[in-house]
Design a protein. Structure first.
Length: 265
C-alpha cells in the first residue's frame, strides 16, 4: 500500500497494521478540519485493501486527543451569517468519521494515554478495542460549554450502557483510565505507558488467528443493530452552537472565566 502524504497525522504501516498517529501535540492533538479530513481519506483508502488487518489510533506527545479544535468551533459560533449551516456541516464531518471508524471492516484499536476529551472519547468508543493507561484522563465536556455530545452519544451508550453514559454526558466529570475500565469503556488497562504496546500486540496476535472475512462479516452484523442518525445529531449540535449559551460557553472558555450559569449567587 502506498502511504498518502499527510500534514497533521503520521501514518505508520507495519506488519499489515496501520497506526494513525494524531500529530498536533502543541494543540493536544485536537481534531482540526485538516486532521479529520486526513483520517477520513486514510480510512477510505484502506477499507478495501485486504493486506491491512487493522488500524490503531494514537496521539503524539503523551496525549491521545483533546477533542474537536475549539478554535475552529469558536470561529463558526462567532460568524454572523450561515452559522447554523456551517455548524451542521462541521458536525456531520465528525459524525462521518465516527461512522467510518465503527463500520471499518478491519479491527480498530484506540491506545489512550494522557487526555481523551469530548469527541476523542467518541473515537475511542467507536473503535473495537480501547487500551488505556490507568492514569489517562477522560471527560465528556460538551455540556460544560453549552453544547451536546450528540454525534458520539450512541457510541458512548453502546460501550458503557445507558445509565453510565447518562452520567458521563450530563455531568461532564473527569474520570481515569481505571474508571473507564471499571464501567466497560476501556477493554484493557495498564499501569505503565511501556505496557501499552504489549497489550496491543496481544490483540494483534489474536486477530491474526481469525479470518479477515469472518471479522468483516461479524463487524457488519454487530453494527447492523445500531441506527445512528448523523444528520439529526448535527441538527441538535448546530442549534446548541448558535444558542446564547453555546456562544457564552466558547467565550468563557477562551476568556478563561466561568460561564454565567456557573457563577456564584
Amino acid at each position: 500500500m502506498k502511504i498518502p502524504k499527510t500534514k497533521e497525522c503520521i501514518l505508520d504501516l507495519s506488519n499489515n497494521w496501520l497506526t494513525i498517529w494524531f500529530n498536533r501535540p502543541k494543540k493536544r492533538n485536537s481534531l482540526s478540519k485538516i486532521l479529520i479530513g486526513e483520517i477520513s481519506q486514510t480510512l477510505d483508502l484502506i477499507e478495501n485493501n485486504p493486506s491491512i488487518r487493522g488500524v490503531i489510533f494514537r496521539g503524539k506527545g503523551n496525549v491521545f486527543c483533546a477533542g474537536a479544535d475549539l478554535k475552529w468551533m469558536q470561529n463558526i459560533a462567532s460568524e454572523k451569517n450561515n452559522t447554523r449551516d456551517k455548524a451542521m456541516k462541521m458536525s456531520i464531518k465528525f459524525g462521518e468519521i465516527f461512522t467510518k471508524i465503527s463500520n471499518l471492516s478491519k479491527v480498530t484499536i484506540s491506545v489512550v494515554e494522557g487526555a481523551c476529551m469530548a469527541g476523542a472519547v467518541g473515537i475511542a468508543c467507536a473503535t473495537d478495542f480501547l487500551v488505556s493507561t490507568s492514569n489517562a484522563k477522560y471527560s465528556l465536556t460538551e455540556t460544560k460549554i453549552g453544547l451536546t455530545p450528540a454525534q458520539i452519544a450512541p457510541y458512548i451508550i453502546k460501550k458503557v450502557g445507558f445509565n453510565n453514559g447518562k452520567k458521563l454526558m450530563l455531568l461532564g466529570e473527569v474520570f481515569s483510565g481505571d474508571k473507564a475500565f471499571f464501567i466497560g469503556m476501556a477493554d484493557y488497562v495498564v499501569k505503565e505507558k511501556k505496557d501499552l504496546d504489549y497489550e496491543v500486540m496481544q490483540i494483534i496476535k489474536k486477530v491474526k488467528k481469525c479470518s479477515p472475512n469472518g471479522i468483516s462479516v461479524t463487524k457488519n452484523l454487530l453494527n447492523s443493530n445500531y441506527n445512528i442518525d448523523t444528520a439529526h445529531a448535527a441538527k441538535l449540535f448546530s442549534e446548541c452552537i448558535v444558542h446564547e449559551e453555546g456562544r457564552e460557553g466558547f467565550a468563557s472558555f477562551f476568556e478563561k472565566r466561568k460561564p454565567f450559569w456557573n457563577k456564584k449567587d
